[in-house]
Design a protein around this ligand. Structure first.
Ligand SMILES: [Zn+2]
Length: 235
């Protein structure tokens, strides 16, 4: 067992330490042998600092990826064009995993690659050729971590077709994510996003917590709004 302890990432140890501190305050005993060796160094606690566990979303989306996706989705469905002309878009997501295999595990979405737009059926599947092309264009430290598509005005979720499509992505890589954007839902309080993954039983799916790194919904809305106004003027 001792060898396993060495493998625990630093930040995980940090988290355990904080949990231990909280347990002390709550009058509980140490949770696990793992924290035993830290016990000696932590005198009876505790500053507020020690109790801060920063919430970490399961998915961190880089602003570049978010803006590229929002732009693609909004170009084909926005309030300046008639609803009957709105179409869905699809693209691939590249990025990486952070702190894999720990409670702090995160999917980092570094980039979005527009692939296609059209009616719901035609955007379901990404051509193998495009897949390979993006695989070679992306940075070598990144890999294809999932796909994204839009639901203009019908909210982010996985339809039956989306579910089947995503099952293929997860067969390929179990931690693949399906990102759905409703461009009409983007507002000062909402990124208009949902990120999903299928459960192990392959019968249902769940929603992952997200952040757009360093960007409030307010700030991203202002930027997107400005972009849309410029687009309109250039028409
Ligand atoms: Zn869909």
């Amino acid at each position: 067992m001792h060898n396993d302890e060495d493998k625990i990432p630093e930040q995980y140890k940090e988290l355990l330490k904080k949990i231990e501190a909280i347990e002390k305050i709550l009058g509980m005993s140490a949770i696990d042998k793992i924290v035993e060796d830290m016990e000696t160094e932590s005198e009876i606690v505790v500053s507020d600092e020690d109790l801060l566990i920063t919430p970490r979303p399961e998915v961190t989306i880089k602003p570049k990826a978010y803006f590229k996706l929002a732009k693609h989705a909004l170009t084909y469905a926005n309030s300046n064009i008639p609803k009957r002309e709105w179409v869905e878009i699809i693209g691939l997501l590249t990025g990486q995993m952070a702190k894999e295999g720990t409670p702090l595990e995160q999917v980092i979405v570094d980039d979005y690659w527009p692939v296609d737009q059209g009616d719901a059926i035609s955007v379901e599947i990404v051509d193998q050729k495009v897949f390979t092309e993006i695989f070679h264009k992306k940075e070598s430290t990144q890999f294809i971590i999932g796909w994204a598509h839009s639901h203009p005005s019908f909210t982010p979720f996985l339809s039956d077709d989306d579910f089947r499509t995503h099952l293929r992505y997860q067969t390929f890589w179990n931690k693949s994510i399906a990102l759905v954007i409703d461009p009409l839902m983007i507002s000062r309080d909402d990124y208009g996003l949902g990120v999903f993954r299928i459960d192990d039983d392959k019968q249902s799916y769940y929603k992952l917590s997200i952040e757009v790194e360093g960007l409030s919904t307010q700030a991203s809305f202002e930027s997107i709004d400005l972009f849309m106004k410029n687009e309109k003027e250039n028409d």
